[in-house]
Design a protein around this ligand. Sequence first.
Ligand code: DGL
Length: 275
Amino acid sequence: MIGVFDSGIGGLSILRALRAELPDENFIYIADSGHAPYGERDDAHVMVRARALTAHLVGQGIDALVVACNTATAAAIHRLRADYPQLPIIGVEPALKPAVALSRTGRIGVMATRSTLNSVKFQQLLASLEGQAKFVLRACDGLAAAIEKSVANTAGGAAEIAASCALHTGAMGRFGNGPGDIDTLVLGCTHYPFATEVLRDLLGRQLRLVDTGEPVARQTRARLPARPAGRLSQAPLTLLSTGHPEVLQAAARRWIAPGITAQALDIPSALLPGH
Ligand code: DGL
């Protein structure tokens, strides 16, 4: 069984790739919507939540953990690995290196949460690519929340995603294929792939969009022992939300499988190793 968590529905973009790569695997997914968003909160909050969710998943007997959230990976993965040295723990980070390989103009946009962009981990990644491209960074405050809202069918949700994307990409400069244009856009938050169509409508079909689902899924497979045949489970996917399960359920029905259901689950922050 593989545990996966995010602050909300964004990690479903990673789960979708994981299920395609590992179709026989049991997954248990937690949307920590009752304690979201992570990207505009302080690191201490994200650390406490990441540790509590991981403790819960470890208690369920997971064989591996995928932190399907860039913000939580940046703030807490080092601590989770220290807490559970035997557990394979795979994180996600903005795909800057693949973007360098794709870009022709050498100008790359990076959309991520404020916390991710401010993190030491991200700054180190950026420094490691110095001189290889020009990165235009944008902290997309409000965009993950707008994506959550649109799934909840809140009136105006879709318009809010479009407005948020227009605001943030408008501040990044010109997109296109000419000299000095941004031709490649890194989606550095697992919620943002769900705004792909909006971004394409806004910025043009030729834009190269880079997300992390497939590479993370391949990396997860590589970290697992070879799977014996006939391991197919009766209940391959459990979806849990610390907020409103109907939002997770609606998103999963849209992006993972029709007819799927989600349950509510309270995970107190005090559920830490040693408590
Ligand atoms: N999906 C998360 C990420 O990848 C963050 C969304 C939030 O701000 O909670 O960074």
